[in-house]
Design a protein. Sequence first.
Length: 146
Amino acid sequence: TLPQVNMYTHGTLVTAMHGHMAFWGAYAMINLAMIAYVLPILTGRKLWDNAASSYAFWLSNIGMVAMTGAFAVAGITQVNLERRMGLDFLAVQKEIEIHFVGLILAACLFFLGICLYIYNFWRHGLPTDEAAQSDVRAAEDLPTVS
């Protein structure tokens, strides 16, 4: 990090903003995408041919972007009030508490998206024997190397 930037932003909500978006983009989305791709293949079911899957995707992404936005606005306000204007920590917390209302609303949207994502798998139940048999038949049809 650049010391000139870090001197203002370290220990503020700007750090939380960066952490939430970086983790979501780098790890969580990759894992959810791998699960969403592999699980229908392993179970033999089409899990993504419904509206719940689309809502899950959009709600979780919009919720995370909104959370990041709430952290960004609160963090920039915090930097300006604390580091530039010299206000006390608790006075600044009182000024930015409205941003936490937006953060909570965005987190609820995100949570709803993740719940829909989990529900989309759960509602189909455990894989059936016929799904397992179709996987075995598909594996038997693969070419073998001699």
